[in-house]
Design a protein around this ligand. Structure first.
Ligand code: PLP
Length: 414
């Protein structure tokens, strides 16, 4: 087996099927011509699950809501990063998340999840899923399966658990959740007939620095808008993992119609070629910036994975086991409050004041009033989303220029 880096340029694509074109063309087409009526019939039988596909048979191209070469090549390449069995690409990270949850959670079931979650995910779980009588219980980091079971029993929910969903590192403070422990929680509620899948949002560190399927995740989700896309020019999402579950998710995707488009899939194929190089360099630069911030007199605290063990022994252990890097995301507490945080943000020139993350340009934002504005005051306090917290995503600029820009921004404070 080659390394995924070596496969991102050519895996799953035969140039000879496209006039020798070294790169896959953009198959900007809605539909595909069948050679014969019999062939069309055979393709539909497989697409609609009316019969099993022969081992040697490839899925015939039918219609771009069901399949398209750009989408399929991208899905195949995404699975290589963690040897996942199958993949599905969507028009956004939220499309991947909502489609997966709707498929795996029957009406009346219960979802166990970590907290804090990405704002859109949090909204979907607390404001959309209840319309289908789907309840949710949030776990406390480090909580044992036995304790989760006790809390569910006290609500009479222990027989309704249909999935466990976690996000790690969590946004914005990079709090770490143990994937193996989440798997143990899921298994507590499994029966012979009903599996309880573990879903992991791996947007922050994956797929290069974190491979959740190796720790028991059944489905791994991505906002491909972030590191996978990496250039702030596309919104997309992905799910990879267990083939049976991904097939179910893809079937619902066919009817929700939120699959990745040919052009966005093509953009992501191009991004995947540099994913590992970008993430490695972004992480290297992030370490220089984080160490500098940590020593800055106007900084109270820096949340960054290199310092995970300083926060707690538990997080230090998870960091060592689950991740191969410190990543390129950080958040810091500026001395003062919202006023000082805003003065800093307004003083940045090279670093852009914008939400999103994982891109080639560095981005900074104020979680309490921007990405996490919707979160209750109580939850903000519980998860350290304070008025003086600034989140930074490090890009590909030279670290000296980033530090010079932030030095100026600190001079703007006061
Ligand atoms: C951005 C993000 C999402 C949502 O993805 P979109 O592509 O914006 O729909 C989900 N989870 C995490 C952790 C994110 O950062």
């Amino acid at each position: 087996m080659r390394h995924p880096e070596s496969e991102m340029m050519s895996f799953g694509y035969d140039p000879m099927l496209s006039e020798g074109s070294i790169k896959p063309p953009i198959f900007q087409t809605s539909t595909f011509v069948f050679k014969t009526a019999e062939e069309g019939k055979r393709f539909f039988e497989v697409a609609y699950g009316l019969r099993e596909k022969d081992p040697a048979e490839s899925m015939g191209l039918i219609y771009s809501r069901l399949n398209n070469p750009n989408l399929e090549i991208l899905e195949d390449r995404l699975t290589l990063w963690e040897n996942a069995e199958a993949g599905a690409v969507f028009e956004s990270g939220m499309a991947a998340i909502s489609t997966t949850l709707l498929e795996l959670l029957p009406p009346g079931s219960v979802l166990i999840h970590s907290a804090p979650l990405y704002g859109g995910t949090d909204h979907f779980i607390h404001h959309v899923l209840p319309k289908y009588n789907i309840d949710s219980l949030s776990i406390i980091p480090g909580e044992t399966p036995e304790n989760v079971q006790k809390r569910l029993e006290s609500k009479g929910w222990q027989d309704r658990v249909a999935a466990v969903y976690i996000e790690t590192p969590a946004n914005p403070t990079t709090e770490l959740i143990c994937i193996k422990n989440a798997k143990a929680i899921a298994q507590t509620f499994e029966t012979e007939e009903a599996k309880v899948p573990l879903i992991v949002d791996n947007t922050y560190m994956g797929p290069v620095f974190s491979k959740p399927t190796h720790f028991g995740a059944d489905i791994v989700l991505y906002s491909a808008t972030k590191y996978i896309g990496g250039h702030s020019d596309v919104v997309a999402g992905a799910a990879v993992g267990n083939a049976e579950l991904i097939t179910r998710v893809k079937t619902l995707r066919t009817f929700l119609g939120n699959m990745g488009s040919p052009f966005n899939s093509w953009l992501l194929l191009r991004s995947l070629e540099t994913l590992s190089v970008r993430m490695e360099r972004q992480a290297q630069t992030a370490e220089v910036v984080a160490d500098w911030l940590k020593a800055h007199p106007m900084v109270e605290h820096v949340h960054y994975l290199k310092y995970a063990a300083e926060r707690s022994e538990r997080e230090g252990r998870i960091h060592a086991e689950q991740y191969t890097s410190n990543g390129a995301m950080m958040a810091f507490l500026i001395k003062g409050g919202e006023k000082e945080a805003f003065q800093f943000l307004n003083g940045l020139k090279l670093v852009k004041l914008a939400v999103s993350l994982g891109s080639t340009e560095s981005l900074a934002e104020h979680p309490a009033t921007m990405t996490h504005a919707d979160v209750s005051a109580e939850d903000k306090a519980a998860h350290g989303v304070t008025d003086n917290l600034v989140r930074i995503s490090i890009g590909l600029e030279h670290p000296e220029d980033l530090i010079a820009d932030m030095t100026k921004a600190f001079e703007n404070v006061g």
